[in-house]
Design a protein around this ligand. Sequence first.
Ligand code: UDP
Ligand code: MG
Length: 137
Amino acid sequence: MTQERTLSIIKPDATARNFVGKILAHFENAGLSIVAAKMVTLTPEQAGEFYAQHKERPFFGELVDYMVSGRVLISILEGNDAINLNRTLMGATDPKKADPGTIRNLYAESIAANAVHGSDSPEAAAREIKLFFPELK
Ligand code: UDP
Ligand code: MG
């Protein structure tokens, strides 16, 4: 597998509980490099555009409210098979179903406040990286 990039977000529940360093260590210990990063508070417009694919889902309004409720650490992770590797490190969307030792198993509060986002395909990674890091070529 060639070098690949993926977009990661450490979500407001995890930044509020000071889990940023612990979560970044999971990425680095697995061989992923952090090649760009910024700590921001998203606007409702940014959060809505980011999660546009979920607009029709019943939880969309709460998801946007949650994503703007505190700081998020947005980063680009790079490495071999970065997209799938990050998804494996994250664990299942519902922390109750996440494998032991995964980020969501260790640090997530609930299926909504689940500590991290990770791109789920090469197309999603490209879209999300461009959305948050338009200055990168
Ligand atoms: N989410 C939620 N309720 C659900 C499913 C998802 O609040 O029943 C939220 C949760 O924060 C999740 C995000 O919506 O991370 C995006 O959902 P997706 O199915 O894409 O999960 P992910 O790719 O983050 O594992
Ligand atoms: Mg998703």
